[in-house]
Structure formats: structure tokens, C-alpha cells
Design a protein around this ligand. Structure first.
Ligand code: SF4
Length: 444
């Protein structure tokens, strides 16, 4: 392909079963976006909701390399509509890349646009600053730091442990910059709480509950690094579970409770459920056996792939199959020097994993890999995975969902192009629209 525009148009034409919105969104997620200074925010006090760095950096450069974009942060997400592709509203998480062929800028009249190779591709809207971000905790911390919201306000993202105890090259997942991201924020002197006190989380949630009068927030995710020993004297299930227990006591049924954690033995995973968690994400990251061992060496070392998968299936007995939703990182199976070199092989492997879980009632979901520069895989593969891989994966995902008659996973907001709010992958944009109430889970 001679230009990025050609590549985009070719894939949209070749894979008509995947919405054009999803093709563009995948390209933006894998490549990142450059923001002209006219499109940066005014920080905590402006009219636009800024990028919160809710867990990983999700940037293609480090903060010192981002210049003004590090201080006048870009928005958390953008909403694309119209333009040359006639887009239905598409919500995309912002991943900064000053070298990206995609750029967002504001023209003289104040109108925002997404540009690709001198072509205006789409109209852009920024998320407005939510009222709850304008109020601080008693100790002065911001709600954005303690309880940021993403997915256009749908999900409260509670990274209560900003570090992972899988540590160093022999344990950290090879695509993950959680530990580096914590270090870079500390080095920049930014507030970035390592272990969030339960009281601070409750205080921030009380502010959200009070000011989110339209009821936009529907779910919270408790997450952070893996706990292989203890934090605050607690093993992993008790550590994360104490937050959901406190949240459910203070705000019973107000939000859907989710946790991203290791695949724990059944009796430990049950602690999450006992404490009010309804959706469990024991992420398997990558399907292929050889690649899992290389890419997630900590998971291999502490649990092992087979056992990890067994525990995912065991968790069905606690949560119900539909509410066990393991994530994988789409694209890392093509990262060199270890990954597949052919798209066909990579898709075949990922499809095998999807079939394994979906045939057993579990619906995995995925995030699009962002090749962060301080990770081993990001360093070696700054371009990420081929766009064709991402587009074909969306097709396979939808096909496998349909093959087994699965409904869209709960806790992700509405499905379908023009409706989806899930911002770090376009799998929800690709599924067929559904009338099903996205909040059905609250009745469980
Ligand atoms: S388990 Fe892996 S992906 Fe998760 S925080 Fe730790 S290193 Fe990162």
C-alpha cells in the first residue's frame, strides 16, 4: 500500500462485514494520534476531560518526550462522526504519538477535526469535563487521580494498586508498562497513588455518585498489578475484595462491580464474588502456548498456562459463564522476535483460543495492543501489529460469538457501530446492535 489512506480504504472494502468505524478505530488505537497544540486541553480546570493515565501509559512516547502534550494533556477519548467515511459516532481512547499520520487539530473557527495525510477524515468531539472532576477529596486529591472514568463516563476505573508484583524482565508481561508508568509519573512529580486507601476510593465515588445526576456511570473495575505475596498484609483476593466490600456497603447495587486479577483458585476467586464483584476478568493475554510462556513469564511462573485456563473455566461455577470475561491483548502474537510472522497463522491461533473459551460458555474480550516504548515488545515493534490482523480478528470474534449464540458481554455498554462506548478496542463496535439493556447485570 502506498499510503495509509490506501491501506484504510483497501481494508474497509475487503472486509465489509467489519464496520468501517471499527477499521479506523483499530488503526488509531494501534498507531496513536498526534495532537496539535490547538487541540490540547487546559488541564484540570478546563472544559475538556483530560487523559487520566488510568493504568498504563497507552502512549507511544514517554512523558518527557511528549512536551506540551504532557502538561496540557489531550482528552481521555475522542468521538468521531461524519467526514469522508460518513462515520457513525465512534469513541476512541487517546494514545499519544507525535509521529502518527493521524492528527487532531482545531481550525480558526474552533472546529475540531481528525486529519490523515492532508485529508479531513472525521469531525471530532471531546468529552466535556464532568462535574465530579471539578470537586476534590478532603486531602486535596483529584477525583481523576483516585477514580477516573473512561468509556465516555460509563466505567469508573479503579487502579487501586499502581504496581505489579510480577517484576523485572523475567516476570513482567512483555507488553506491559504498568511499573514504568508509575515510575514516570513519580519522576514528573505528578500525584499517582501507589496503593489507593479504601477511604479515598469511597470519598471519590461519593462525589461521582452525587454529581453524576444523569446516571452515566454504570460500572466500576477494580484492578492493578498482580499480588504474588501480600499488599497491606493481604493476599490478592482479600486485597481487591476489601474495596468491593466497602463499595457495595456504601453504594449497594449502584454500579456493576468488576475485577481484573490473576486466575485464582476457586476458593479464592469466590472471595471476590462474596464481596460483591459480579464480573471476573482473569486475563489470559495471548493464546499460543509458546508465546504465553515468553510474553507472560510471570503468569507462567506463578500459575502456568494450563492451570490459568482451568481456573478461568472453574470460575464459571462462581460467577456464571457469561460473567467470566478474560481479556487478551490483540496484536502481541505478531510482535517480533517471538511472534507469528504471518497474519494467517496469528489469526488461526487466536481463533483457536476464542473457540476454546466460547464453546465452553466464556466470552473473552480484547484490547488493542499499544506498543509502549519502554516495554520489550513495544521497543522492538514500534509500529505494532498489522492493521489487517486487527480487522480480521474482529471478523473472527463476531463469527465465533454468532457460532455459539453468545450475546455481547455484559458490563461494556451498548454494542454496535454508532452505539459502542468501549474505547480501547472496537470489538463492541463490531458486534450487531442489540436492544438488550446494557445494565441487565444489576438484576443478577
Ligand atoms: S500481570 Fe502482566 S499485564 Fe497485568 S499488570 Fe502485571 S505485568 Fe502488567
Amino acid at each position: 500500500m502506498s499510503t495509509r489512506t490506501d491501506l484504510l480504504e483497501d481494508l474497509i472494502a475487503r472486509f465489509p462485514e467489519v464496520p468501517g468505524e471499527a477499521v479506523l478505530k483499530e488503526d488509531l488505537l494501534r498507531t496513536g494520534i498526534s495532537f496539535h497544540r490547538s487541540a490540547l486541553t487546559e488541564g484540570d480546570d478546563g472544559e475538556v476531560k483530560p487523559k487520566s493515565y488510568f493504568i498504563f501509559s497507552f502512549d507511544h512516547k514517554t512523558l518527557p518526550e511528549l512536551g506540551e502534550a504532557a502538561t496540557r494533556r489531550p482528552p481521555e477519548e475522542i468521538a468521531l462522526t461524519g467526514g469522508a467515511l460518513g462515520l457513525r459516532r465512534t469513541i476512541v481512547s487517546v494514545r499519544l504519538n507525535p509521529d502518527s499520520p493521524y492528527s487532531v487539530s482545531r481550525d480558526g473557527s474552533g472546529t475540531l477535526g481528525l486529519w490523515l495525510e492532508d485529508q479531513l477524515l472525521a469531525d471530532v468531539a471531546f468529552p466535556p469535563m464532568p462535574e465530579y472532576y471539578r470537586h476534590r477529596l478532603e486531602n486535596g486529591k483529584s477525583v481523576m487521580e483516585i477514580a477516573p472514568t473512561i468509556q465516555w463516563g460509563y466505567l469508573i476505573y479503579l487502579t487501586v494498586l499502581r504496581l505489579c508484583q510480577y517484576f523485572g524482565a523475567k516476570e513482567e508481561c512483555q507488553f506491559c508498562d504498568i511499573n514504568h508508568n508509575w515510575r514516570q509519573h513519580k519522576q514528573q512529580g505528578r500525584p499517582y497513588t501507589g496503593v489507593k486507601p479504601v477511604e479515598e476510593v469511597l470519598e471519590a465515588l461519593a462525589i461521582i455518585d452525587r454529581y453524576d445526576t444523569a446516571g452515566v456511570s454504570h460500572a466500576y473495575t477494580l484492578t492493578g498489578g498482580s499480588v504474588t505475596s501480600k499488599v497491606d498484609g493481604l493476599a490478592e483476593a482479600e486485597f481487591y475484595g476489601r474495596y468491593s466490600r466497602a463499595i457495595e456497603e456504601a453504594f449497594p447495587g449502584r454500579w456493576i462491580g468488576k475485577v481484573v486479577a490473576q486466575a485464582l483458585p476457586k476458593e479464592e476467586a469466590k472471595i471476590f464474588h462474596d464481596h460483591g464483584i459480579r464480573i471476573y476478568h482473569p486475563n489470559y493475554e495471548v493464546w499460543d502456548e509458546r508465546l504465553f510462556k515468553i510474553i507472560s513469564p510471570g503468569k507462567e511462573r506463578y500459575v502456568g498456562r494450563e492451570e490459568w485456563h482451568r481456573r478461568i473455566l472453574d470460575a464459571r461455577e462462581i460467577f456464571g459463564a457469561r460473567y467470566v470475561i478474560p481479556n487478551f491483548v490483540a496484536g502481541v502474537e505478531m510482535a517480533q522476535p517471538y511472534g507469528f510472522t504471518s497474519i494467517d497463522e496469528a489469526i488461526a491461533s487466536t481463533a483457536e483460543g476464542l473457540d476454546f473459551f466460547m464453546s465452553r460458555g466464556v466470552t473473552p474480550r480484547f484490547t488493542t495492543w499499544c506498543p509502549e516504548p519502554t516495554t520489550p515488545l513495544g521497543k522492538a515493534n514500534p509500529e505494532g501489529a498489522p492493521l489487517e490482523y486487527h480487522v480480521r480478528l474482529l471478523g473472527v470474534y463476531r463469527e465465533t460469538m454468532e457460532k455459539y449464540g453468545h450475546r455481547p458481554p455484559p458490563g461494556y455498554g451498548p454494542p454496535g457501530a454508532g452505539n459502542a462506548v468501549f474505547s480501547v478496542s472496537s470489538f463492541m463496535d463490531t458486534l450487531a446492535p442489540s436492544e438488550e439493556n446494557a445494565d441487565e447485570l444489576l438484576a443478577v
